[in-house]
Design a protein around this ligand. Structure first.
Ligand code: ZN
Length: 346
């Protein structure tokens, strides 16, 4: 079984939304809900990954997965964003406290490698959408000291920093204006603090703004190839090439609606299609610049995977399609750890 270091999951959001005092114990003992908990991570060979803190707007209509063009998500004010962010960061801290031998928050590539070598799951604190961060970026200092090592400035809604890409199919990712002046200041500060910058929910103009400004490798933690699935959330060939040239990474998103050429969210998606995206992205970015970005707990995924215990089904299809041991290892874990190391120490 090839260990997986994964670019994106929304487990903290699922646990937070339980609004339960037992959420941390539920994770440790395994609640069998959603896509992941500690026992299922173990059984699927999940070695670690980026754990997203994502603050939803409670007034957004429930996501209708059958609609490839849902209404644009509402903006989120700073105050509820900060409350939710602190709560989810606290959950991550408590998960590590509750199971210190099994689950660790990692702040460097050395800590990731040491955690995995000792058999613990290596968790990196990531934020998806920077609504909780004030324009003076003071909260960023505090979050960084708390372990934050990766940040997506914008989710799929506008905020003070820029304009996220709304979910549209079929659509180009070129859906509106790019970063604001405050957004550019955030990128510079992330470069100074060596916080990875995630481009997955930025629109195309925002992507190229970061490409021009940032000194770090370009990272799209959970996105796919627009040439195969024409979702606004996927990346053009030119963007995928730029990620490779920067020494960055694109993580394969397992979400049906970002994989399937028909844009549907049906979960009878052929796992061979996932390998088609991988092949396409490897051809453009290079085999050192593609990884996995499951979007576990954040999207409807192929039934052939089902949940985190289904990761070996994906690697089996990769093997059947000619991915050798070394390439599989790069795609499943090593490329992510290397790009984080370059980002955090450059
Ligand atoms: Zn996302």
């Amino acid at each position: 079984m090839s260990p997986v270091f994964d670019g994106h999951n929304d487990l903290l959001l699922r646990l937070w939304l339980k609004r339960s005092e037992t959420a941390v114990q539920d994770f440790v003992a395994g609640d069998g809900k959603g896509h992941m908990d500690l026992p299922r991570m173990r059984s699927g060979g999940f070695a670690g990954g980026l754990f997203a803190i994502f603050a939803p707007n409670a007034d957004d209509p429930p996501l209708d997965d059958d609609n490839p063009n849902p209404p644009a998500p509402l903006e989120l004010p700073a105050s509820p964003a900060l409350t939710a962010t602190i709560a989810m960061a606290s959950l991550l801290v408590r998960m590590a406290r509750a199971a210190p031998k099994d689950f660790r928050i990692c702040r460097s590539a050395a800590e990731i490698r040491a955690a995995i070598a000792s058999g613990a799951i290596a968790a990196v604190m990531h934020m998806e959408g920077a609504e909780a961060i004030d324009p003076g970026l003071k909260a960023l200092d505090v979050l960084h000291e708390s372990g934050l090592r990766s940040l997506g400035p914008v989710w799929s809604r506008p905020n003070a920093f820029g304009h996220g890409v709304p979910f549209r199919f079929p659509s180009s990712p070129d859906t509106g204006p790019g970063l604001t002046a405050t957004g550019k200041a955030l990128i510079r500060r992330c470069n100074e603090l060596r916080i990875a910058i995630d481009l997955s929910h930025l629109n195309e103009k925002g992507f190229w703004d970061v490409a021009e400004l940032s000194t770090a490798p370009l990272i799209a933690s959970h996105s796919n190839a627009h040439a195969i699935c024409a979702s606004s959330r996927n990346l053009t060939d030119e963007q995928i090439r730029a990620i490779g040239q920067s020494g960055g990474i694109i993580g394969l998103n397992f979400a049906n609606g970002f994989l399937r050429p028909d844009g549907s969210w049906r979960n009878d998606t052929d796992l061979g299609l996932m390998v088609r995206h991988l092949d396409h992205m490897i051809a453009l970015a290079g085999e050192d610049h593609v990884g996995l970005g499951s979007d576990f707990e954040g999207a409807r995924i192929p039934s052939g995977i089902g949940d985190v215990t289904g990761l070996p089904a994906l690697t089996a299809v990769m093997a059947a399609r000619g991915f050798g041991t070394e390439l599989t290892r790069k795609i499943c874990s090593d490329n992510w750890i290397s790009v984080l190391e370059r980002t955090w120490t450059a």
